[in-house]
Ligand binder design. Structure first.
Ligand code: ASP
Ligand code: MG
Length: 469
C-alpha cells in the first residue's frame, strides 16, 4: 500500500534524527509498501527565517544567518553521507543554491523595507527546501533511491499568502505526473512540507505548522492508503499529562473527535489538516519518532466504536469571558447579531458562546490577546443599547479557562452531563458558563483559571479515562 510519512521539525532536528527518519522510511518500504516522505524544516529554522525577514525589512540585513544555516545543514550532511563524496557534494550544492536565493530575497527586502506576505512566504519556506535534500540523501544512503522534490512543483494553491488553500484538482494532476512514475519505480520521493505554489508558480505557504497539511494533501492527491504523522509524542492523549499524570494515549479516534480536540488545544492535528484525508476516508496515524515501537493513535472515519462516551478532556488557558447582560435584553432582536458583527470585524475568534433562554445574558470566550480590543469596540458599537438600558453591562472576566469533555459517543447517551457536573460539584469547583453544541460531541464549560486543572482531573477520573477502553 502507499503510505505518506510526514516528519516534523523535531523528527528531522539533527543528523541522528534524520538518520532515524530515513531508516523508518526505508524499513517501511522494505515491508513492501510504497512510501512518500513529507518533511518539515529542521527544528527552529522556520522561526529564524521569519525573524531574519522581519529584521531585513527594517534595513538590518546581516549575512550571519546564511552561514549559520549552511553550517547546521552541512554538519548534518557530513554526519549522514560523509563516505559518499558525490552525494555529499550534490547536497552541499543544493544547500548553497537555496541559501543564495534566501540571501538575495533578504537583501532585496533590506533595500525596499517592505515585507509583503508574498515575500515572507518565499523566505519562510526555505527551511523545508534545505531539509528535503538531506532527508533524501539519508534515504538513498540506506539503499533506496530517493530524490527531494519541491512542493512548489506539486501542490497548487490559492494566493492567500501565509495560509494558502490547496486546489485539489490541479494538485492531483501535477502530483500524478511528477511523483507516480518514481513511486512506481520503488523510489521514495521526499517532498518539502509547508510550501506550495499558485497556478502561476508563485511560492506560497500553508500556514505555520503546515507540513501536516502538506502530508494530508499529498496523501489525498495520491490516494494513499494511510498517512503517518511522525512527531515527538506517542499520540493523542486522554488529557494533558502535565495536568493529569494518569492520562493515556488513545489508540483510535474519529476525525470529528480529532477536530474537536484540536480545537480545544490538545496536541493533535489541526482540524484543517485532516480535511483532505477525511474527504477520502484515508486513515491518519500519529506516531512518535522518538518511540517508534509505540502504536500511536489512528484517526479514522469510524473512530473506536467500542470506546466509552467521553474520550478526552482538554482545557484552554489564557482566555477571557465577555458577558453582555441586562434585563432589558429580553425579546430585543439584533443584540446578538450586532455583538458578533463587532467580534468578526475585529477578526477575533470566538471559542465558545452561551445564552440562556431568559435572554438576560450573552456570554462568549475570546483569547486574552483579542479580548481588550473587542470589548472596547463593543462598548462603542452598543452605546445606544447601553444608554437605552437594554444592556446594563459589558463585562470581561479575567483569568478563566474553558474545559471541554469530548467524544463521539456522548451523542444520544444520557447522563453524561450529570456525571460531568456531579464530578465538578464533588470537587467543589464552580462552573461559570456552560455550552453544549447540538452535535453533542462536546460539553464545554468555563471555570476560573485556578480551577482548570482540578476540573480536568475530576472529569478524567469520573469517566475512568485512565483505564484502557
Ligand atoms: N516549518 C513550518 C513551521 O515551523 C511547517 C511545519 O513545521 O509544519 O511552521
Ligand atoms: Mg515545525
Amino acid at each position: 500500500m502507499l503510505i505518506v510519512m510526514k516528519f516534523g521539525g523535531s523528527s528531522v532536528g539533527s543528523a541522528e534524527r534524520i538518520a532515524q527518519a530515513a531508516q523508518l522510511a526505508v524499513d517501511t518500504a522494505a515491508k513492501g509498501h510504497q512510501v512518500v516522505v513529507v518533511t518539515s524544516a529542521m527544528s527552529k529554522v522556520t522561526d529564524a527565517l521569519i525573524d531574519a525577514a522581519r529584521l531585513a525589512s527594517t534595513g538590518q540585513w546581516s549575512p550571519a544567518l546564511r552561514q549559520e544555516l549552511f553550517d547546521r545543514h552541512e554538519a548534518a550532511a557530513d554526519a549522514l553521507i560523509r563516505n559518499d563524496p558525490a552525494r555529499h557534494a550534490a547536497v552541499l550544492d543544493a544547500l548553497g543554491q537555496r541559501l543564495e536565493r534566501f540571501e538575495k530575497l533578504c537583501f532585496g527586502l533590506s533595500l525596499v523595507h517592505e515585507l509583503t506576505p508574498r515575500l515572507l512566504d518565499a523566505i519562510s519556506g526555505t527551511g523545508e527546501m534545505l531539509a528535503a535534500p538531506l532527508v533524501a540523501a539519508a534515504i538513498a544512503a540506506r539503499g533506496r533511491p530517493s530524490k527531494a522534490v519541491d512542493a512548489t512543483e506539486l501542490i497548487v494553491t490559492t494566493d492567500q499568502y501565509g495560509g494558502a488553500e490547496p486546489l485539489m484538482d490541479a494538485t492531483r494532476v501535477k502530483m500524478a505526473a511528477r511523483l507516480q512514475p518514481s513511486i512506481a519505480r520503488g523510489e521514495i520521493p521526499v517532498v518539502t512540507g509547508f510550501i506550495a505554489a499558485t497556478a502561476d508558480g508563485v511560492m506560497t505557504t500553508l500556514g505555520r505548522g503546515g507540513s501536516d497539511y502538506s502530508a494530508s494533501i499529498v496523501g489525498a492527491a495520491l490516494d494513499a492508503a494511510e498517512i503517518w504523522i511522525w512527531t515527538d509524542v506517542d499520540g493523542v492523549m486522554t488529557a494533558n499529562p502535565s495536568e493529569v499524570p494518569e492520562a493515556r494515549t488513545l489508540s483510535e479516534i474519529s476525525y470529528s473527535e480529532a477536530s474537536e480536540l484540536a480545537y480545544y488545544g490538545a496536541r493533535v492535528l489541526h482540524y484543517k489538516t485532516i480535511l483532505p484525508a477525511f474527504r477520502q476516508r484515508i486513515p491518519v496515524r500519529i506516531l512518535n519518532s522518538f518511540n517508534p515501537g509505540h502504536p500511536g493513535t489512528r484517526v479514522s472515519v469510524e473512530g473506536n466504536r467500542a470506546a466509552r462516551s467521553v474520550k478526552a478532556v482538554t482545557s484552554i488557558r489564557g482566555v477571557i469571558l465577555v458577558a453582555i447582560s441586562g434585563t432589558g435584553m429580553q425579546a430585543i432582536p439584533g443584540i446578538a447579531a450586532k455583538t458578533f458583527d463587532v467580534v468578526a470585524a475585529q477578526q477575533a475568534n470566538v471559542l465558545m458562546i452561551s445564552q440562556a433562554s431568559s435572554e438576560n445574558n450573552i456570554c462568549f470566550v475570546l483569547s486574552a490577546v483579542e479580548a481588550p480590543r473587542v470589548v472596547t469596540a463593543l462598548r462603542a458599537a452598543l452605546e445606544f443599547e447601553l444608554m437605552r438600558g437594554h444592556i446594563d453591562e459589558i463585562a470581561a472576566e479575567q483569568q478563566v479557562a474553558i474545559v471541554a469533555a469530548v467524544g463521539d459517543r456522548m451523542r444520544g447517551t444520557p447522563g453524561i452531563a450529570a456525571t460531568v457536573f456531579g464530578a465538578l460539584g464533588e470537587a467543589g469547583i464552580n462552573v461559570i458558563a456552560i455550552s453544549q453544541g447540538s452535535s453533542e460531541r462536546n460539553i464545554s464549560l468555563v471555570v476560573t483559571e485556578r480551577d482548570a486543572a482540578g476540573a480536568v482531573r475530576a472529569i478524567h477520573r469520573a469517566f475512568q479515562l485512565d483505564k484502557a477502553s
